[in-house]
Design a protein around this ligand. Structure first.
Ligand code: ADP
Length: 257
């Protein structure tokens, strides 16, 4: 709480009273902390690949590595870190774009966009021998959405399901209508998420297992993008998960029937 004293003067300019204004700055402080944390996180996330790149580049430049295999190995690592950086920057720009704007929802076909995304990611599932099953209710009504944003949500959620499910697993996508809402869910038979982490995974850069996420090409931003977009659609992204059993992510969109 911040207190400000405003003196009240009488005709002779003498203080004869005062006003104390109490301002609750908890929210302000919280916002400030969140912003500071964000900057610290971004700097750290950008620095990690850069440090590794500089290390390998220095070694290549300074020591006289003749062995072409070692040179290639180093160059490959540098290339991977460069790719990582560009994905990270793309995700960050995407997130700030979504956070700074509000969007006009339009009446659109959810099924069509879901099928597109499934086709896009089918191969990733096949490569891991994962069974991907899609069940869409008949005569699904159109919904209110921003097509590109919902496409991004579906990509992030389904891509995660594939990433965090081991070879030979199962993923089930379900779309159904209930009242004036269309519910989407993606359920995987993956590693699951510990209870304590389930709320936090939607925070920027939060990852249950940093090393694993990193090795799978993750940036820790995907789910915060999802949460933001779904919020702008007047809904909420939710998760149910059990460690070692699997996870289910779901949200609804308002039907435009
Ligand atoms: P990342 O780029 O690391 O995948 P996300 O923001 O998409 O970042 O997800 C945050 C974290 O949530 C992941 O690092 C992972 O620990 C966890 N997670 C997300 N989806 C799943 C899933 N389907 N199964 C298990 N863990 C998941």
């Amino acid at each position: 709480i911040q207190a400000t004293f405003i003196p009240l003067l009488d005709d002779e300019k003498k203080v004869n009273g005062g006003l104390i204004v109490l301002t609750d700055i908890t929210e302000l402080r919280k916002l400030e902390t969140v912003r500071n944390d964000f900057v610290a996180n971004v700097s750290h996330e950008l620095r990690t690949p850069l440090t590794s790149m500089v290390g390998y580049l220095d070694t290549l430049l300074e020591s006289n590595i003749q062995d072409p295999e070692t040179r290639d190995r180093f160059l490959k690592i540098i290339k991977e870190e460069t790719d990582r950086l560009s994905i990270l920057i793309k995700d960050l720009l995407n997130l700030s774009k979504i956070e700074s704007k509000s969007f006009d929802l339009k009446v659109d076909n959810f099924e069509e966009i879901l099928n597109k995304v499934v086709n896009l990611l089918k191969k990733n599932a096949e490569d891991k021998d994962i069974k991907l099953k899609v069940e869409i209710a008949d005569e699904l009504p159109p919904v209110y959405m921003v097509r590109e944003q919902i496409k991004q949500v579906l990509i992030n959620l389904i891509d995660n399901a594939i990433k965090y499910t081991p070879e030979g697993g199962k993923i089930k996508i379900n779309v159904e209508e209930e009242g004036d809402k269309v519910y989407f869910s993606v359920k995987d038979s993956g590693m699951g998420i510990p209870k304590a982490d389930q709320e936090r995974i939607f925070e920027r850069f939060y990852r249950v297992d940093k090393a694993r996420s990193r090795s799978l090409g993750g940036t820790g931003i995907g789910l915060s993008i999802v949460r933001n977009i779904i919020k702008q659609h007047g809904s909420n992204i939710q998760v149910k998960s059990r460690e070692g059993v699997g996870s289910e992510f779901f949200f609804y969109l308002k039907s435009a029937k």
